[in-house]
Design a protein around this ligand. Sequence first.
Ligand code: NAG
Length: 419
Amino acid sequence: MVAKPRSRCCCCSVFIGVIILIAIIIAVIFTIRHRSNHSDDDGSNVKNYANALKIAMQFFDIQKSGKLENNEISWRGDSGLKDGSEASIDLSKGLYDAGDHMKFGFPMAFTATVLSWSILEYGDQMASLNLLDHAKDSLKWTTDFLINAHPSPNVLYIQVGDPVTDHKCWDRPETMTRKRTLTKIDTKTPGTEVAAETAAAMAAASLVFKESDTKYSSTLLKHAKQLFDFADNNRGSYSVNIPEVQSYYNSTGYGDELLWAASWLYHATEDQTYLDFVSENGEEFGNFGSPSWFSWDNKLPGTHILLSRLTFFKKGLSGSKGLQGFKETAEAVMCGLIPSSPTATSSRTDGGLIWVSEWNALQHPVSSAFLATLYSDYMLTSGVKELSCSDQSFKPSDLRKFARSQVHMHINLVSYFSS
Ligand SMILES: *[C@@H]1O[C@H](CO)[C@@H](O)[C@H](O)[C@H]1NC(C)=O
Protein backbone atom coordinates (compact mmCIF):
# COMPACT_ATOMS: atom_id res chain seq x y z
CA MET A 1 0.00 0.00 0.00
CA VAL A 2 1.58 3.22 -1.08
CA ALA A 3 0.04 6.56 -0.31
CA LYS A 4 -1.48 8.30 -3.30
CA PRO A 5 -0.04 11.72 -3.90
CA ARG A 6 -2.12 14.12 -1.88
CA SER A 7 -4.63 16.27 -3.61
CA ARG A 8 -3.81 19.93 -3.65
CA CYS A 9 -6.78 21.10 -1.73
CA CYS A 10 -9.48 20.28 0.50
CA CYS A 11 -10.55 22.43 3.22
CA CYS A 12 -13.49 20.28 3.60
CA SER A 13 -13.06 16.64 4.10
CA VAL A 14 -13.00 17.03 7.87
CA PHE A 15 -16.57 16.01 7.52
CA ILE A 16 -15.86 12.59 6.22
CA GLY A 17 -13.40 11.85 8.97
CA VAL A 18 -15.97 12.57 11.61
CA ILE A 19 -18.61 10.47 9.97
CA ILE A 20 -16.36 7.50 9.68
CA LEU A 21 -15.18 8.00 13.23
CA ILE A 22 -18.78 7.56 14.30
CA ALA A 23 -19.01 4.33 12.44
CA ILE A 24 -15.86 2.96 13.89
CA ILE A 25 -16.64 3.91 17.45
CA ILE A 26 -19.90 2.08 17.10
CA ALA A 27 -18.07 -0.86 15.69
CA VAL A 28 -15.62 -0.88 18.54
CA ILE A 29 -18.36 -0.70 21.13
CA PHE A 30 -19.80 -3.74 19.46
CA THR A 31 -16.48 -5.49 19.66
CA ILE A 32 -16.07 -4.80 23.31
CA ARG A 33 -19.53 -5.80 24.37
CA HIS A 34 -19.08 -9.11 22.68
CA ARG A 35 -15.55 -9.79 23.77
CA SER A 36 -15.47 -8.59 27.34
CA ASN A 37 -12.61 -10.94 28.15
CA HIS A 38 -10.13 -8.51 26.63
CA SER A 39 -8.16 -7.13 29.53
CA ASP A 40 -7.59 -3.74 27.88
CA ASP A 41 -11.29 -3.19 27.33
CA ASP A 42 -12.61 -2.51 30.78
CA GLY A 43 -15.81 -0.75 31.68
CA SER A 44 -14.30 2.72 31.62
CA ASN A 45 -13.28 2.25 28.00
CA VAL A 46 -16.82 1.37 27.04
CA LYS A 47 -17.99 4.54 28.76
CA ASN A 48 -15.41 6.59 26.88
CA TYR A 49 -16.50 5.12 23.58
CA ALA A 50 -20.14 5.79 24.37
CA ASN A 51 -19.32 9.42 25.16
CA ALA A 52 -17.27 9.81 22.02
CA LEU A 53 -20.10 8.38 19.96
CA LYS A 54 -22.63 10.75 21.46
CA ILE A 55 -20.41 13.74 20.76
CA ALA A 56 -19.62 12.58 17.25
CA MET A 57 -23.34 12.19 16.51
CA GLN A 58 -23.87 15.86 17.38
CA PHE A 59 -21.72 16.73 14.43
CA PHE A 60 -24.64 16.00 12.08
CA ASP A 61 -26.90 18.37 14.00
CA ILE A 62 -24.32 21.09 13.86
CA GLN A 63 -23.97 20.76 10.08
CA LYS A 64 -27.67 20.74 9.28
CA SER A 65 -29.18 23.18 6.82
CA GLY A 66 -32.89 23.94 6.48
CA LYS A 67 -35.81 24.42 8.81
CA LEU A 68 -34.54 22.63 11.89
CA GLU A 69 -36.66 20.19 13.86
CA ASN A 70 -36.06 19.44 17.53
CA ASN A 71 -32.85 21.40 17.37
CA GLU A 72 -30.71 20.90 20.44
CA ILE A 73 -27.75 22.98 19.34
CA SER A 74 -28.31 26.34 20.99
CA TRP A 75 -26.27 28.34 18.50
CA ARG A 76 -27.83 26.86 15.36
CA GLY A 77 -31.03 28.08 13.67
CA ASP A 78 -32.87 27.84 10.35
CA SER A 79 -30.78 28.53 7.26
CA GLY A 80 -30.56 27.86 3.54
CA LEU A 81 -34.35 27.90 3.33
CA LYS A 82 -34.38 29.11 -0.28
CA ASP A 83 -31.66 26.75 -1.49
CA GLY A 84 -32.76 25.24 -4.79
CA SER A 85 -35.29 27.98 -5.57
CA GLU A 86 -33.31 28.93 -8.68
CA ALA A 87 -34.48 25.61 -10.17
CA SER A 88 -37.83 25.55 -8.34
CA ILE A 89 -36.79 22.64 -6.14
CA ASP A 90 -36.34 22.44 -2.39
CA LEU A 91 -32.71 21.90 -1.49
CA SER A 92 -33.01 23.46 1.94
CA LYS A 93 -32.08 20.31 3.85
CA GLY A 94 -28.84 18.38 3.69
CA LEU A 95 -25.58 19.09 5.49
CA TYR A 96 -23.07 21.86 5.14
CA ASP A 97 -19.68 20.58 4.26
CA ALA A 98 -17.36 21.83 6.98
CA GLY A 99 -16.61 25.33 8.23
CA ASP A 100 -18.17 26.66 5.03
CA HIS A 101 -21.77 26.79 3.83
CA MET A 102 -21.31 24.68 0.76
CA LYS A 103 -23.36 21.60 0.07
CA PHE A 104 -21.09 19.30 -1.92
CA GLY A 105 -23.12 16.38 -3.23
CA PHE A 106 -20.25 13.97 -3.78
CA PRO A 107 -18.94 13.74 -0.20
CA MET A 108 -22.43 14.27 1.24
CA ALA A 109 -23.68 11.18 -0.57
CA PHE A 110 -20.64 9.20 0.58
CA THR A 111 -21.41 10.27 4.13
CA ALA A 112 -24.94 8.91 3.75
CA THR A 113 -23.65 5.62 2.35
CA VAL A 114 -21.19 5.05 5.19
CA LEU A 115 -23.67 6.16 7.84
CA SER A 116 -26.17 3.69 6.38
CA TRP A 117 -23.59 0.92 6.45
CA SER A 118 -22.81 1.56 10.11
CA ILE A 119 -26.50 1.66 11.01
CA LEU A 120 -27.09 -1.58 9.13
CA GLU A 121 -24.24 -3.40 10.83
CA TYR A 122 -24.23 -1.78 14.26
CA GLY A 123 -27.69 -0.28 14.71
CA ASP A 124 -28.36 -2.53 17.70
CA GLN A 125 -25.43 -1.00 19.50
CA MET A 126 -26.67 2.49 18.68
CA ALA A 127 -30.07 1.54 20.02
CA SER A 128 -28.56 0.35 23.28
CA LEU A 129 -27.22 3.89 23.76
CA ASN A 130 -30.48 5.50 22.60
CA LEU A 131 -28.77 6.87 19.53
CA LEU A 132 -30.36 4.86 16.75
CA ASP A 133 -33.22 7.27 16.06
CA HIS A 134 -30.77 10.11 16.11
CA ALA A 135 -28.62 8.38 13.51
CA LYS A 136 -31.62 7.56 11.31
CA ASP A 137 -32.92 11.14 11.55
CA SER A 138 -29.55 12.49 10.47
CA LEU A 139 -29.44 10.03 7.61
CA LYS A 140 -32.95 10.99 6.49
CA TRP A 141 -32.04 14.69 6.65
CA THR A 142 -29.40 13.91 4.07
CA THR A 143 -31.39 11.54 1.87
CA ASP A 144 -34.34 13.98 1.83
CA PHE A 145 -31.93 16.42 0.22
CA LEU A 146 -30.65 13.81 -2.24
CA ILE A 147 -34.18 12.87 -3.30
CA ASN A 148 -35.03 16.50 -4.04
CA ALA A 149 -31.72 16.95 -5.82
CA HIS A 150 -32.81 14.29 -8.30
CA PRO A 151 -35.94 15.79 -9.92
CA SER A 152 -35.85 13.62 -13.07
CA PRO A 153 -34.04 10.40 -13.99
CA ASN A 154 -31.12 12.04 -15.79
CA VAL A 155 -30.69 15.22 -13.77
CA LEU A 156 -28.90 15.50 -10.43
CA TYR A 157 -28.03 18.70 -8.60
CA ILE A 158 -24.60 18.13 -7.11
CA GLN A 159 -23.71 21.40 -5.46
CA VAL A 160 -25.36 24.33 -3.72
CA GLY A 161 -23.32 27.51 -3.32
CA ASP A 162 -20.31 28.96 -5.06
CA PRO A 163 -17.18 27.90 -3.17
CA VAL A 164 -15.11 30.87 -4.34
CA THR A 165 -17.48 33.48 -2.90
CA ASP A 166 -18.49 31.25 0.00
CA HIS A 167 -14.95 30.84 1.23
CA LYS A 168 -14.49 34.61 1.36
CA CYS A 169 -17.38 35.06 3.74
CA TRP A 170 -16.90 34.52 7.43
CA ASP A 171 -20.52 34.56 8.41
CA ARG A 172 -23.17 32.27 9.83
CA PRO A 173 -25.38 30.22 7.52
CA GLU A 174 -28.35 31.68 9.43
CA THR A 175 -27.55 35.17 8.15
CA MET A 176 -25.89 34.55 4.78
CA THR A 177 -27.35 36.58 1.93
CA ARG A 178 -25.23 35.64 -1.08
CA LYS A 179 -26.53 33.91 -4.16
CA ARG A 180 -26.80 30.15 -3.78
CA THR A 181 -25.63 29.00 -7.20
CA LEU A 182 -26.65 25.49 -8.25
CA THR A 183 -24.54 22.99 -10.17
CA LYS A 184 -26.05 19.97 -11.88
CA ILE A 185 -25.13 17.00 -14.01
CA ASP A 186 -27.26 15.67 -16.86
CA THR A 187 -26.78 13.74 -20.11
CA LYS A 188 -24.92 16.68 -21.70
CA THR A 189 -22.65 17.11 -18.67
CA PRO A 190 -22.45 13.67 -17.08
CA GLY A 191 -20.85 12.91 -13.74
CA THR A 192 -20.69 9.17 -13.30
CA GLU A 193 -18.98 9.14 -9.90
CA VAL A 194 -21.37 11.54 -8.21
CA ALA A 195 -24.46 9.92 -9.74
CA ALA A 196 -23.22 6.46 -8.78
CA GLU A 197 -22.27 7.52 -5.24
CA THR A 198 -25.73 9.02 -4.82
CA ALA A 199 -27.21 5.75 -6.07
CA ALA A 200 -25.10 3.86 -3.51
CA ALA A 201 -26.29 6.17 -0.72
CA MET A 202 -29.93 5.72 -1.63
CA ALA A 203 -29.69 1.97 -2.05
CA ALA A 204 -27.95 1.61 1.32
CA ALA A 205 -30.42 3.96 3.01
CA SER A 206 -33.34 2.05 1.48
CA LEU A 207 -32.17 -0.93 3.54
CA VAL A 208 -32.01 1.17 6.69
CA PHE A 209 -35.63 2.28 6.29
CA LYS A 210 -36.93 -0.97 4.87
CA GLU A 211 -38.89 -1.96 7.95
CA SER A 212 -39.52 1.32 9.73
CA ASP A 213 -40.75 3.26 6.66
CA THR A 214 -41.53 1.03 3.70
CA LYS A 215 -42.79 3.81 1.49
CA TYR A 216 -39.72 5.97 2.00
CA SER A 217 -37.52 2.95 1.44
CA SER A 218 -39.07 2.20 -1.95
CA THR A 219 -38.81 5.83 -2.99
CA LEU A 220 -35.10 5.70 -2.21
CA LEU A 221 -34.68 2.50 -4.14
CA LYS A 222 -36.45 3.91 -7.19
CA HIS A 223 -34.07 6.89 -7.23
CA ALA A 224 -31.08 4.61 -6.67
CA LYS A 225 -31.91 2.47 -9.70
CA GLN A 226 -32.52 5.48 -11.94
CA LEU A 227 -29.28 7.10 -10.82
CA PHE A 228 -27.28 3.97 -11.41
CA ASP A 229 -28.61 3.73 -14.97
CA PHE A 230 -27.92 7.41 -15.52
CA ALA A 231 -24.35 6.96 -14.20
CA ASP A 232 -23.65 3.83 -16.22
CA ASN A 233 -25.26 4.92 -19.49
CA ASN A 234 -23.66 8.36 -19.52
CA ARG A 235 -20.11 7.72 -18.52
CA GLY A 236 -17.88 10.66 -17.78
CA SER A 237 -16.12 12.13 -14.80
CA TYR A 238 -17.80 15.08 -13.11
CA SER A 239 -14.49 16.70 -12.36
CA VAL A 240 -13.46 16.49 -16.01
CA ASN A 241 -16.80 17.84 -17.21
CA ILE A 242 -17.09 20.51 -14.50
CA PRO A 243 -13.45 21.45 -13.88
CA GLU A 244 -14.31 23.98 -11.18
CA VAL A 245 -15.00 21.14 -8.74
CA GLN A 246 -11.39 19.99 -8.98
CA SER A 247 -10.19 22.39 -6.29
CA TYR A 248 -12.57 20.85 -3.77
CA TYR A 249 -13.56 17.24 -4.26
CA ASN A 250 -11.61 16.19 -7.31
CA SER A 251 -12.40 12.67 -8.38
CA THR A 252 -9.69 10.37 -9.66
CA GLY A 253 -12.14 8.16 -11.55
CA TYR A 254 -15.60 6.66 -11.57
CA GLY A 255 -15.02 2.92 -11.92
CA ASP A 256 -14.92 2.47 -8.15
CA GLU A 257 -18.24 4.27 -7.66
CA LEU A 258 -19.92 2.15 -10.35
CA LEU A 259 -18.85 -1.07 -8.60
CA TRP A 260 -19.74 0.33 -5.19
CA ALA A 261 -23.21 1.42 -6.34
CA ALA A 262 -23.89 -1.91 -8.03
CA SER A 263 -22.80 -3.72 -4.85
CA TRP A 264 -25.20 -1.71 -2.72
CA LEU A 265 -27.98 -2.16 -5.26
CA TYR A 266 -27.42 -5.88 -5.18
CA HIS A 267 -27.66 -5.87 -1.39
CA ALA A 268 -30.84 -3.81 -1.59
CA THR A 269 -32.59 -5.70 -4.41
CA GLU A 270 -30.90 -9.10 -4.80
CA ASP A 271 -31.38 -8.48 -8.51
CA GLN A 272 -28.83 -10.64 -10.36
CA THR A 273 -28.17 -7.86 -12.90
CA TYR A 274 -26.18 -5.92 -10.33
CA LEU A 275 -24.13 -8.93 -9.32
CA ASP A 276 -23.39 -9.59 -12.99
CA PHE A 277 -22.31 -5.99 -13.30
CA VAL A 278 -19.67 -6.31 -10.59
CA SER A 279 -18.46 -9.67 -11.91
CA GLU A 280 -18.17 -8.35 -15.45
CA ASN A 281 -16.53 -5.05 -14.55
CA GLY A 282 -14.31 -6.21 -11.69
CA GLU A 283 -11.24 -6.81 -13.87
CA GLU A 284 -11.50 -3.36 -15.43
CA PHE A 285 -12.34 -1.28 -12.38
CA GLY A 286 -11.65 -3.39 -9.27
CA ASN A 287 -7.87 -2.90 -9.12
CA PHE A 288 -7.53 -6.52 -8.03
CA GLY A 289 -4.54 -7.37 -5.92
CA SER A 290 -3.71 -3.74 -5.13
CA PRO A 291 -4.86 -2.59 -1.72
CA SER A 292 -5.77 1.09 -1.48
CA TRP A 293 -7.30 3.53 1.01
CA PHE A 294 -11.04 3.89 1.54
CA SER A 295 -12.09 7.53 1.24
CA TRP A 296 -14.66 9.89 -0.29
CA ASP A 297 -12.70 9.55 -3.56
CA ASN A 298 -11.86 5.86 -3.48
CA LYS A 299 -14.64 3.37 -2.80
CA LEU A 300 -12.67 0.30 -3.84
CA PRO A 301 -11.63 -1.04 -0.43
CA GLY A 302 -15.21 -0.57 0.78
CA THR A 303 -16.44 -2.43 -2.28
CA HIS A 304 -13.97 -5.26 -1.72
CA ILE A 305 -15.17 -5.71 1.86
CA LEU A 306 -18.87 -5.27 1.00
CA LEU A 307 -18.68 -7.89 -1.72
CA SER A 308 -16.71 -10.26 0.53
CA ARG A 309 -19.67 -10.02 2.84
CA LEU A 310 -21.59 -11.98 0.21
CA THR A 311 -18.94 -14.68 0.04
CA PHE A 312 -19.07 -14.99 3.85
CA PHE A 313 -22.82 -15.09 4.26
CA LYS A 314 -24.74 -15.64 1.07
CA LYS A 315 -25.52 -19.19 0.21
CA GLY A 316 -24.20 -20.22 -3.16
CA LEU A 317 -21.81 -17.28 -3.44
CA SER A 318 -18.97 -18.42 -1.21
CA GLY A 319 -16.91 -19.75 -4.11
CA SER A 320 -18.32 -17.39 -6.72
CA LYS A 321 -15.79 -16.82 -9.49
CA GLY A 322 -17.03 -13.32 -10.21
CA LEU A 323 -16.42 -12.33 -6.60
CA GLN A 324 -13.03 -13.98 -6.21
CA GLY A 325 -10.94 -10.93 -7.13
CA PHE A 326 -12.87 -8.77 -4.70
CA LYS A 327 -12.48 -11.28 -1.91
CA GLU A 328 -8.74 -11.67 -2.49
CA THR A 329 -8.24 -7.94 -2.59
CA ALA A 330 -10.26 -7.52 0.61
CA GLU A 331 -7.84 -9.97 2.24
CA ALA A 332 -4.89 -8.02 0.87
CA VAL A 333 -6.35 -4.79 2.31
CA MET A 334 -6.70 -6.46 5.71
CA CYS A 335 -3.20 -7.94 5.59
CA GLY A 336 -1.84 -4.48 4.85
CA LEU A 337 -3.39 -3.09 8.00
CA ILE A 338 -2.18 -5.64 10.55
CA PRO A 339 1.16 -4.21 11.74
CA SER A 340 2.91 -7.57 12.13
CA SER A 341 1.80 -8.91 8.75
CA PRO A 342 4.55 -9.57 6.17
CA THR A 343 2.65 -7.27 3.80
CA ALA A 344 1.96 -4.52 6.35
CA THR A 345 1.69 -1.05 4.91
CA SER A 346 4.51 1.34 5.74
CA SER A 347 2.12 4.30 5.70
CA ARG A 348 2.18 4.70 9.48
CA THR A 349 3.60 7.07 12.05
CA ASP A 350 6.22 5.78 14.47
CA GLY A 351 3.45 5.38 17.00
CA GLY A 352 1.45 3.20 14.61
CA LEU A 353 -1.25 5.59 13.39
CA ILE A 354 -2.08 5.12 9.73
CA TRP A 355 -0.71 8.15 7.90
CA VAL A 356 -1.54 8.66 4.25
CA SER A 357 -2.20 12.32 3.68
CA GLU A 358 -1.73 15.58 5.51
CA TRP A 359 -5.21 16.67 4.48
CA ASN A 360 -7.67 15.41 7.02
CA ALA A 361 -5.05 12.96 8.18
CA LEU A 362 -7.43 11.01 10.39
CA GLN A 363 -9.79 9.94 7.62
CA HIS A 364 -7.57 7.03 6.58
CA PRO A 365 -6.94 5.55 10.04
CA VAL A 366 -10.63 5.66 10.90
CA SER A 367 -11.86 4.31 7.59
CA SER A 368 -9.27 1.51 7.79
CA ALA A 369 -10.30 0.73 11.35
CA PHE A 370 -13.95 0.61 10.28
CA LEU A 371 -13.24 -1.88 7.50
CA ALA A 372 -11.01 -3.98 9.77
CA THR A 373 -13.74 -4.20 12.38
CA LEU A 374 -16.34 -5.15 9.82
CA TYR A 375 -14.10 -7.80 8.33
CA SER A 376 -13.24 -9.29 11.70
CA ASP A 377 -16.94 -9.44 12.55
CA TYR A 378 -17.67 -11.16 9.24
CA MET A 379 -14.97 -13.70 10.04
CA LEU A 380 -16.22 -14.30 13.57
CA THR A 381 -19.88 -14.51 12.60
CA SER A 382 -19.23 -16.96 9.79
CA GLY A 383 -16.77 -19.05 11.82
CA VAL A 384 -13.73 -18.26 9.65
CA LYS A 385 -10.82 -18.45 12.05
CA GLU A 386 -7.83 -17.38 10.02
CA LEU A 387 -6.67 -14.84 7.50
CA SER A 388 -3.56 -15.75 5.51
CA CYS A 389 -1.04 -13.06 4.72
CA SER A 390 1.80 -14.56 2.67
CA ASP A 391 3.15 -17.34 4.89
CA GLN A 392 1.56 -16.19 8.13
CA SER A 393 -1.94 -16.37 9.44
CA PHE A 394 -3.86 -13.95 11.61
CA LYS A 395 -7.03 -14.01 13.66
CA PRO A 396 -10.04 -11.73 13.78
CA SER A 397 -8.65 -10.46 17.08
CA ASP A 398 -5.58 -9.11 15.25
CA LEU A 399 -7.85 -6.96 13.11
CA ARG A 400 -9.76 -5.78 16.16
CA LYS A 401 -6.56 -4.92 17.94
CA PHE A 402 -5.51 -2.81 14.97
CA ALA A 403 -8.90 -1.06 14.88
CA ARG A 404 -8.77 -0.34 18.59
CA SER A 405 -5.29 1.12 18.34
CA GLN A 406 -6.42 3.59 15.66
CA VAL A 407 -9.46 4.67 17.64
CA HIS A 408 -7.48 5.11 20.83
CA MET A 409 -4.92 7.27 19.09
CA HIS A 410 -7.70 9.24 17.44
CA ILE A 411 -9.53 9.90 20.69
CA ASN A 412 -6.27 10.80 22.44
CA LEU A 413 -5.40 13.25 19.68
CA VAL A 414 -8.82 14.87 19.78
CA SER A 415 -8.70 15.17 23.58
CA TYR A 416 -5.20 16.65 23.37
CA PHE A 417 -6.25 19.35 20.91
CA SER A 418 -9.47 20.22 22.67
CA SER A 419 -8.15 20.40 26.21
C1 NAG B 1 -7.86 16.07 -10.49
O1 NAG B 1 -7.65 14.69 -10.72
C2 NAG B 1 -7.20 14.41 -12.04
C3 NAG B 1 -7.19 12.90 -12.20
O2 NAG B 1 -6.50 12.27 -11.17
C4 NAG B 1 -5.84 15.07 -12.26
O3 NAG B 1 -5.39 14.82 -13.56
C5 NAG B 1 -5.97 16.57 -12.02
O4 NAG B 1 -4.70 17.19 -12.11
C6 NAG B 1 -6.56 16.84 -10.64
N1 NAG B 1 -6.80 18.28 -10.50
C7 NAG B 1 -6.36 18.97 -9.45
C8 NAG B 1 -6.71 20.43 -9.45
O5 NAG B 1 -5.71 18.50 -8.54
